[in-house]
Design a protein around this ligand. Structure first.
Ligand code: NAD
Length: 482
């Protein structure tokens, strides 16, 4: 029986340094009298190697879905094909759409070139290139689908603004690459602008990801809250954690509407596993985020302040130990003991942690927007063709008899017909665009007619994409050079 004020959570000790840093974290949680009961599950390498390619048994899923809160140590994904990343599976299967990664420096107690950095990265966690939809289409070309949805954008961007409001941050910065990806990153940017106006007290700015990542590495103090899509978020949060002092310092929360998972941002560090040298701080910080999430701000504060005391007294694990700054080099378990012995103390130099009680982010459920008017204007037909003279392919395609006509051929996105350049390198993967010529909507039945003729003509069609206008706006990109 769980006592009424106790919360049951699921715990996995993981692989590599996982068990060491989890044991250290659980000892600290118990010593701080966190009102938690732990239910341990096995996930990761052992489960993978037992023949389960997902790395997780049904009983572990049941525990996580029952308890709704999961504290997870890093796991090792075995090398070689056939094993799906369990982290990605869990984030997506449980709908954990928001990944929150605070990265702060603890100058002058942990060596860093960035004494004033205090940035929170809010990374979209379910879609983008991580949809994992990949195909080989020709001998020479493979593709990965980048899926960005309006609900995905709205949920993560609102999360970022609500987070900034709750934690009194003044600015939210959006990182995109919409100068190139006008549909996908363009949607993220557009939704950011729409939602930003609902928060007039919070400054909002938009950065192109390349210069944004450079500025984050150089002058992180100019950022407060960063919101970005899955892949960019993955890259920039490792940069931010590393330049704050060590990847071993940062924790993360994966938040969904029903469940939440808390973990260190780093991996299972197999080269230092079993040596009692790893820094447990990343997982401990994740546990502090978990305590805040389940309404135990008092315990979160006590542990965070004890951790700050330990750090400012120079009691450091090897990854952050530096002559002249650190006082004592300690093991994983000795670091945990040092934190435990400081429970109840407050730091003297570093800012004392104070977490507001009883507060929650205000996150309305996504409401589907009214449908737009969606009009078919043509089709992109992708063809595997080993020829080199594109005019020959065009001649072939122009003969297909349908009310949509060939208007353009591109190769890897570059227009090669009509009026292409001889210099353009071409692979065996051709995108052939057919459009209505009279500006009227295309008849959907013209598509199977076109494809049946292409088939008869021995054209190797590998995929198609319909071309639509939504409320009169083109929902597809032009060819490069068009
Ligand atoms: P890693 O994060 O495990 O290690 C990178 C570097 O940081 C190594 O030098 C390591 O020794 C050091 N390091 C990491 N955590 C540390 C800590 N707490 N204290 C001190 N030093 C620390 O990344 P990797 O080597 O690329 O991956 C190793 C394994 O971890 C792989 O199997 C990978 O799939 C897995 N991984 C798991 C997760 C997760 O479970 N969330 C995340 C990333 C990688």
């Amino acid at each position: 029986m769980i006592k009424s004020n106790m919360q049951k959570i699921t715990v996995a000790k993981g692989d590599g340094i996982g068990p060491e840093i989890m044991n250290a974290t659980l000892e600290i949680l118990k010593a701080a009298q966190a009102r938690i009961e732990f239910e341990e599950v096995e996930i990761g390498e052992k489960v993978y190697l037992s023949g389960n390619t997902s790395g997780i048994e049904k009983s572990a899923w049941d525990s996580i879905r029952r308890n709704k809160v999961f504290l997870k140590a890093p796991i090792t994904t075995p090398q070689g094909g056939g094993y799906k990343s369990l982290n990605v599976t869990m984030r997506k299967a449980l709908g954990l759409y928001a990944n929150i990664r605070p990265c702060k420096s603890f100058h002058p107690f942990i060596a860093t070139k960035h004494p004033d950095m205090d940035v929170v990265i809010i990374r979209e966690n379910e879609e983008d290139l991580y949809a994992g939809i990949e195909h080989q289409q020709t001998d020479e070309v493979v593709q990965c689908l980048k899926l960005i949805s309006r609900p995905g954008c709205e949920k993560i961007i609102r999360y970022a603004f609500e987070y900034a409001k709750l934690y009194k941050r003044k600015k939210v910065s959006c990182f995109v690459k919409d100068n190139i990806m006008k549909q996908t990153d363009g949607l993220f940017h557009k939704v950011f602008r729409e939602i930003a106006v609902e928060y007039p007290d919070i400054e909002a700015d938009v950065w192109i990801i390349d210069i944004a990542a450079a500025r984050l590495a150089d002058t992180p103090e100019i950022f407060e809250v960063i919101v970005t899509s899955n892949l960019y978020g993955d890259v920039v949060s490792d940069i931010a954690a590393q330049i704050s002092g060590s990847v071993g310092l940062a924790g993360s929360a994966n938040i969904g509407e029903a469940c939440a998972m808390f973990e260190a941002i780093h991996g299972s560090a197999p080269t230092i596993a079993g040596q009692n040298v790893a820094n447990p701080s990343g997982l401990l910080k994740a546990a502090i985020m978990m305590l805040n999430h389940i309404g135990q701000q008092d315990v979160a504060e006590t542990i965070k302040n004890a951790w700050l005391c330990t750090i400012e007294e120079g009691i450091h694990t090897a990854d952050i130990y530096k002559e002249g700054i650190s006082k004592e080099l300690v093991s994983t378990s000795a670091f945990a003991a040092a934190v435990i012995s400081r429970l109840g103390l407050k730091p003297k130099s570093l800012k004392v942690a104070e977490y507001e009680k009883g507060v929650r982010l205000n996150l309305p459920k996504y409401q589907r927007k009214p449908s737009t008017s969606k009009v078919l204007k043509g089709i992109d037909v992708f063809v595997d063709w080993k020829g080199t003279e594109v005019n020959k392919l065009a001649e072939h395609l122009e003969k297909l008899n349908s009310d949509i006509r060939l208007t353009m051929i591109t190769n890897r996105g570059v227009k090669v017909w009509p009026d292409g350049f001889e210099e353009t390198f071409c692979t065996d993967h051709w995108r052939c665009r057919f459009e209505v010529s009279n500006g009227k909507p295309a008849d959907k039945s013209s598509i199977p007619v076109l494809l049946a003729q292409a088939l008869q003509d021995n054209l190797d069609v590998i995929k198609t994409e319909n071309l639509y206008e939504f409320d009169g706006v083109k929902g597809y990109s032009l060819g490069q050079g068009q």
